[in-house]
Design a protein around this ligand. Structure first.
Ligand SMILES: O=C(O)CCC(=O)C(=O)O
Ligand SMILES: [Fe+2]
Length: 222
């Protein structure tokens, strides 16, 4: 792979906050998020996209309402040792961090103090691929931790909906954008990535998460 001589330095002007969140309701109920447009430079985006060409993505089959379905996207989980993830009833062993995903994790630590020890990478081949409504509220996610989502490739709409009022907002996420989902968003809000048939290009999304190390080993012992 080509080497990109840059150090994932802290960005200039990480100022935009909630600006492009389109409020579709009458009231001002807003999820605890921060949106940073253009968080990654073009060079950083290229490095990650090129690296991702070699990621061992798979399309696991999960149970939804009692029926088995192949997920409408492909994914891979990278993380520290002991940071395995049980996601939609699926046990995923952490694979070792690739170089640029690791550099991005370290940059998020510098810029936000984020203690992520794993990242779920989702790839949506085109607008026909999607993710349904859910919260990232698995028990192994460390209490009080934020989740950071970084988008590469195609622009896609991202929905956030309040669990009880169903108040919904839509954010158009573009390549290089970062969405910080702050604790306790996952308790009160769900999110989804709807299908968009006009989108022909692939999109990659990295969600960095802080897991309780050895959570599953602990459970097995109990
Ligand atoms: O692709 C996205 O923007 C959303 C990904 C997501 O919600 C997840 O991985 O849990
Ligand atoms: Fe999610």
């Amino acid at each position: 792979m080509k080497q990109h001589g840059f150090g994932f330095a802290a960005p200039q002007g990480t100022s935009a906050q909630n600006k492009s969140a389109q409020d579709s309701g009458e009231h001002d109920l807003m999820p605890p998020i921060k949106l940073i447009r253009g968080y990654l430079s073009e060079a950083q985006q290229t490095a990650l996209l090129e690296e991702a060409d070699a990621y061992p993505l798979s399309r696991p089959v999960i149970k939804v309402y009692g029926k088995q379905h192949a997920i409408p996207r492909t994914q891979v989980w990278f993380g520290d040792e002991g940071c395995d993830y049980l996601y939609s009833g699926l046990f995923i062993n952490a694979l070792p961090w690739p170089k640029y995903a690791r550099l991005l994790q370290q940059k998020l630590k510098r810029d936000f103090g984020l203690n992520a020890n794993g990242v779920l990478v989702n790839r949506y081949a085109d607008g026909n691929e999607s993710m349904g409504w859910h919260s990232d509220d698995e028990p192994e996610i460390a209490i009080g931790s934020d989740i950071v989502s970084v988008t590469l490739g195609a622009t896609r709409d991202f929905f956030i909906r309040h669990k009880s009022s169903h108040h919904k907002i839509s954010i158009s996420l573009e390549s290089g954008d970062l969405l910080l989902m702050q604790w306790p968003m996952q308790k009160e809000w769900e999110h989804s990535l709807p299908k968009r048939m006009k989108v022909m290009e692939p999109r990659l999304n990295f969600t960095f998460r802080a897991l309780i190390k050895d959570f599953h080993k602990q459970i097995a012992k109990d």
